[in-house]
Design a protein around this ligand. Sequence first.
Ligand SMILES: [Zn+2]
Length: 170
Amino acid sequence: MPLRPILKYGAEVLHRPTAPVGEVTPEVEQLVQDMVETMYAAPGIGLAATQVGVGKRLFVADLSVGKAKGELIVFLDPAWVEREGMQLEEEGCLSVPGFEATVARPERVVLAGRDRTGQPQTIEASGLLARCFQHEMDHLDGTLFVDRLRGLQKDLILRRIRKLGRAGKW
Ligand SMILES: [Zn+2]
């Protein structure tokens, strides 16, 4: 089953911290492959395991959405090494379709973890990739970009999501 349904804001697994991946089993390999295909089909530049209903600490990212070779990044059990600076840009999320907001993110990050084969990897990123890493790391902690908003902006989005929910459109 290559494509997996992407869960939306409100699904329980999206709002809980994840557990370590641990050993790279055939199930993990299949999950990674399915997540890559699901991300490309969406299309999106990043996808966390929680978004397909799996409470494990892994995400995939590809700023080219599959158009450029060598751009795909798979991170198992990632952890921050460094985060610095600040950028303010609009962002969205495949689990919050139809909504965008400006979110403060670090300008430069270093992230360490393992690749899809289980080998250690450390990646330095800035700009959009740093933003993407922070967005996906938030997912692994059970946080969505909406949770980082405040006041009216957050209330407005949540009200509209509830309204869509009541209408059976969420
Ligand atoms: Zn997201």
